[in-house]
Design a protein around this ligand. Structure first.
Ligand SMILES: NC(=O)c1ccc[n+]([C@@H]2O[C@H](COP(=O)([O-])OP(=O)(O)OC[C@H]3O[C@@H](n4cnc5c(N)ncnc54)[C@H](OP(=O)(O)O)[C@@H]3O)[C@@H](O)[C@H]2O)c1
Length: 252
């Protein structure tokens, strides 16, 4: 089996970091990205290197598509110098920020940021990375349970997550000719820094999520990292064009 390389956006902390560590533990090498937390990203790189897999961190703002060509060149260069390859295997479009704002008061600036970071960014980043993806590679986009169930204050965020779910089906349809699969992972509410850590740190929110979850608690980063490693394993190669929700059974 050849060495696999995963490119994970937003892996300086949270779900991306956990996914990076879980994949590395299975022997997958990692190209991870960070936006503001360079030191944390380097610590993830060190953790992965110490575990025996190889990793490198590159800065990326998924909300700024004008920078993508430079980023893709950097990825190409890292592949050549560190791996003596011109391709990678798995792409996890994970990076993102939260927005809690009622529909009635959501500003155009807030809306544009959600579209740019969560939809336009992954759309054109993936497009530009396609020449570097192996035939038979995998795309895994990160959505949210909120694209299925509706909680107040998430109209812009959840709408762009819905858009990435539709895009995923089209990616699967059009990239199948290259043997590339595309799936979308929709986590429920998870205890990370996301949205100022409100699921983790706000007791009311935490209890509310627990009460609407069949397994009786919010998710932890480990819950999602395990699913990412599962969906990016050889055994799941026939899953394609699917939305997989990992929420412990939230809002069933
Ligand atoms: N946590 C949840 O409850 C939950 C539920 C459903 C879906 N999700 C989705 O899961 C993904 C990860 O969330 P998380 O909980 O891990 O969040 P997090 O702990 O806040 O981490 C966010 C990560 O994304 C990076 N990032 C943020 N904005 C970026 C941008 N504009 N360009 C590039 N990178 C950016 C951050 O980089 P820096 O640290 O370097 O700034 C960080 O690595 C997001 O797409 C989110 O929508 C989360």
């Amino acid at each position: 089996m050849s060495q696999k390389i995963a490119l994970i956006t937003g892996a300086s902390r949270g779900l991306g970091k956990n996914a990076a560590l879980k994949l590395a533990a299975k022997g997958v090498d990692i190209i991870l990205t960070w936006r503001s937390k360079g030191q944390e990203a380097q610590e993830v790189v060190q953790q992965i290197n110490a575990s025996g897999a190889r990793a490198v961190a590159i800065q990326l703002d998924t909300g700024d598509s004008k920078t993508f060509s430079v980023f893709v060149n950097e990825v190409r260069q890292q592949l050549t110098t560190r791996w003596q390859r011109d391709s990678f295997d798995y792409l996890l479009n994970n990076a993102g920020t939260a927005l809690h704002q009622d529909f009635a008061t959501t500003s155009e600036e807030q809306f544009d940021e959600m579209v740019n970071v969560h939809f336009k960014g992954p759309f054109f980043l993936t497009q530009k990375l396609l020449p570097l993806m192996v035939n038979g590679g995998r795309i895994l986009n990160v959505s949210s349970g909120l694209a299925r169930f509706s909680l107040p204050g998430s109209s812009a965020y959840a709408s762009v997550k819905g858009a990435i779910e539709v895009l995923t089906r089209y990616q699967a349809k059009e990239l199948g000719v290259r043997g590339i699969t595309a799936n979308v992972l929709a986590p429920g509410a998870i205890e990370t820094d996301f949205s100022d850590g409100r699921v983790r740190d706000n007791p009311q929110v935490n209890a509310s999520v627990a009460s609407m979850t069949a397994l009786g608690r919010p998710g932890l980063p480990d819950d999602i990292g395990d699913v990412v490693a599962l969906l990016l394993s050889d055994e799941s190669h026939w899953i394609n064009g699917q939305r997989i929700e990992a929420s412990g059974g939230m809002a069933l």
